[in-house]
Design a protein around this ligand. Structure first.
Ligand code: HEC
Ligand code: HEC
Ligand code: HEC
Length: 436
């Protein structure tokens, strides 16, 4: 290469580098700004006691519907605003922060504008980018009035003097300003789920706001793109997250698994319906959110989720399709499970579940089924007086072959799925469950 060629290449490289700096710089500025913040809906300096009470009541509803406590409570004391809950992500571990009004550790010095920027835009004071594990991509469309009410409620709670835990993220995700680049590419701008409104006249619009915005159901139930943003083209189409399958919640899929609006309301209110019981990542949703919500709100959510679809009726399966079921799968079921769940999966009220209408065997992946069978479930209180007995775990008693046969038996008999799960797939599913 002669001198002229070399200097030409150097100039091109310098040009590319300069362009990259400009582009990245622009992205940084865009991604670390909160954009425009709608004005407060309340004059906080001059509110009447009556207005304050109204805001307080709505604030509590928003706090419950948005499930803030699932991530911001203390795993040791249970205090709902104290922080410390770990969130394990593929990029490292994050901890929910203290959102009590502590002036030192919490958000005691924050204004309602600050809270709006954090919740709807992912920006804390001091141009600090928050990790998208804080679901600001979903909360993006929250109304300013709801944030104002939430702020009034939060500021009226007792302060908890508990320091925050530092995130433990892997490089390069540990470089917080790098999140601005993610924001520039992936943070929603403009209305993300048009039509949803908390005071809409129509049940579907209110339900859309409760499911997509406050309830952030898609953070678990919507598949992710390669850059870990929610793939809204496949909203609520089902996704594997935190070692569990969060099922497809689109209307036709819900109907195919036998859900009606009424059953959804019962499931969200009590954690239990004939389709199953809340486990894994869904159980905290019950504890901190849906069991505390007004029945009218749950009905709106159910109406939005079902979009008028009616549950598919199907004749009860009297017998397993014997031609396809291995004798071993049936033997394992009768030996280990039928004592509690019944030979025909009919269950026993209040002590074990019916499996003949349970959805777990209907999912495309056997992940949750294998996990429940291996790990069991503890005895626990659900909500509104529902209690469940314990189910023992069978990890030590079942080889991958036995597990595959058992799962195939259940999928064929009650799941309307193929019985084609292999022992190698069982091993794979166990790795997924254990890797998180
Ligand atoms: C799915 C879990 C999750 C939910 C639900 C959630 N948060 Fe967060 N939040 C987090 C995590 C994790 C962080 C810390 C992010 C970080 O370190 O960048 C955070 C950070 C914050 C912060 C910033 C605090 C600070 O000191 O910088 C505020 C404020 C906050 N959340 C408020 C809320 C409110 C209010 C709600 C309910 C409307 C809520 N969060 C719901 C996970 C969650
Ligand atoms: C000692 C009684 C008992 C035995 C034995 C038992 N179970 Fe269970 N099972 C339960 C109870 C009780 C629950 C609900 C526990 C809870 O929700 O906390 C449950 C829950 C389940 C669920 C969860 C469904 C959902 O909705 O998420 C599945 C699937 C299941 N059992 C399958 C099995 C299989 C397969 C076997 C045999 C390998 C088995 N069980 C053995 C009592 C039992
Ligand atoms: C933290 C993750 C997470 C969030 C957030 C979440 N879910 Fe789930 N959901 C799951 C998982 C995992 C399952 C499967 C285990 C079970 O059935 O309990 C599930 C199961 C369900 C089921 C049962 C479906 C079936 O056919 O058995 C429904 C209905 C449901 N979720 C609705 C919702 C709604 C509505 C929201 C928002 C208010 C929501 N979920 C938020 C993780 C989540």
């Amino acid at each position: 290469m002669d001198k002229a060629q070399r200097s030409k290449l150097t100039r091109i490289a310098a040009g590319i580098a300069a362009a990259a700096v400009v582009v990245l710089g622009g992205m940084y500025i865009a991604g670390s700004s909160s954009g425009s913040v709608p004005p407060a809906t309340v004059d906080f300096a001059n509110i009447s006691a009556e207005q304050k009470q109204k805001l307080f009541d709505r604030g509590l509803q928003v706090f419950r519907a948005a499930d803030c406590a699932a991530c911001h409570s203390s795993p040791t004391t249970g205090a709902e605003l104290a922080g410390g809950m770990a969130m394990v992500t593929p990029m490292g571990t994050l901890y929910g922060t203290n959102i009590s009004p502590s002036r030192e550790h919490g958000i005691g010095k924050w204004s309602a504008d600050d809270l709006y920027r954090a919740v709807a835009r992912g920006m804390a004071p001091g141009r600090k980018n928050l990790y998208p594990a804080m679901p600001y991509a979903s909360y993006h469309d929250i109304t300013r009035a709801d944030v104002d009410a939430l702020w009034v409620w939060l500021q009226a709670q007792p302060a908890v003097e508990a320091p925050n835990r530092k995130p433990d993220m892997n490089f390069p995700f540990s470089v917080r300003p790098g999140l601005a680049l993610w924001n520039a590419l992936e943070r929603p701008s403009g209305e993300q789920h048009p039509g949803g409104a908390p005071e809409a006249a129509n049940s579907l619009d209110r339900g859309a706001y409760l499911v997509n915005t406050l309830g952030h159901c898609g953070e678990c139930h919507t598949p992710r793109t390669a850059s870990f943003a929610m793939d809204l083209k496949q909203s609520l189409a089902g996704n594997v997250i935190e070692g569990a399958y969060a099922p497809d919640l689109r209307p036709k899929s819900l109907a195919a698994r036998g859900w009606s609006e009424q059953d959804l309301v019962q499931f969200l209110r009590t954690g239990l319906s004939k389709q199953g019981v809340m486990t894994m990542g869904m159980f905290p949703v019950l504890q901190h959110s849906s069991s505390h919500m007004a029945e009218a709100d749950l009905k709106d959510m159910a109406a939005y989720l079902m979009q008028g679809e009616k549950p598919e009726s199907r004749p009860p399966v009297a017998e397993a399709p014997q031609t396809q079921v291995s004798a071993n799968g049936e033997r394992v079921y009768i030996g280990l499970c039928a004592g509690c769940h019944g030979v025909d999966g009919q269950g026993q009220p209040h002590s074990s579940l019916r499996l003949d209408t349970n959805t777990t065997a209907m999912f495309p992946t056997p992940l949750n089924l294998v996990r429940v069978i291996r790990e069991g479930l503890p005895e626990r209180d659900l909500a509104h007086g529902e209690r469940m007995q314990a189910m023992p775990g069978f990890a030590d008693q079942l080889s991958h072959e036995d597990m595959a046969d058992l799962v195939n038996y259940m999928r064929l008999r009650w799941g309307r799925q193929k019985g084609d799960v292999t022992p190698a797939q069982v091993a794979d599913v166990i790795r997924t469950a254990e890797s998180h």
